[in-house]
Design a protein around this ligand. Structure first.
Ligand code: CO
Length: 171
């Protein structure tokens, strides 16, 4: 099988504004995609990666989260947030598609995530805090929503200015 070379798509690429389609076939190509996504996420030292970010419009994301020294890895296909806490909190987020930029985003503190694994088996994760935030951020990607769409006007303006300056400086 020919190996596909992926690059992480960055802000301005229309694929990041597109909605990914549900996964129907739980075949080898899906497994390959998940493997590629994990590798790319770890190489880029990210906490999560959605398929849009490598130009594939399929509803799958990967995430890695360290909890008390233990690394937990997630591969979630067709993810849905079933339940959100009423309580929200603001915290800083970053994104591999918007390198070097951090913005504050307000989100529900706790969520219940459902979805499928690579074999199509149903899965369900109840979590809160950092991991709940990562899940919500990645599902947003699958809906074509970026953290810049969820922050306040001032933060968005500052982030855009920073990106423009970098672009002009050729970095
Ligand atoms: Co992101």
């Amino acid at each position: 099988m020919e190996k596909v070379a992926y690059e992480i798509r960055t802000f301005g690429d229309p694929v990041l504004k597109s909605r990914a389609a549900p996964v129907k076939d739980f075949d080898d190509s899906l497994k390959q995609l998940a493997e590629d996504m994990l590798r790319i996420m770890y190489e880029a030292e990210g906490a999560g990666l959605a398929a849009n970010q490598i130009g594939r419009l399929k509803r799958i994301f990967v995430a890695a989260y360290e909890d008390e020294g233990e690394l937990r890895e997630y591969i979630v296909v067709n993810p849905v947030i079933e339940k959100r806490s009423e309580a929200q909190e603001k915290d800083m987020e970053g994104c591999l598609s918007i390198p070097g930029i951090g913005v504050e985003v307000e989100r529900p503190v706790a969520v219940t995530l459902t979805g499928q694994d690579l074999s199509g088996e149903q899965m369900r994760v109840e979590t809160e805090g950092r991991l709940a935030r990562i899940f919500q951020h990645e599902i947003d990607h699958l809906d074509g929503i970026l953290m810049l769409d969820r922050t306040d006007r001032e933060s968005r303006k500052n982030a855009m200015r920073k990106m423009r300056e970098r672009l002009l400086a050729g970095r």
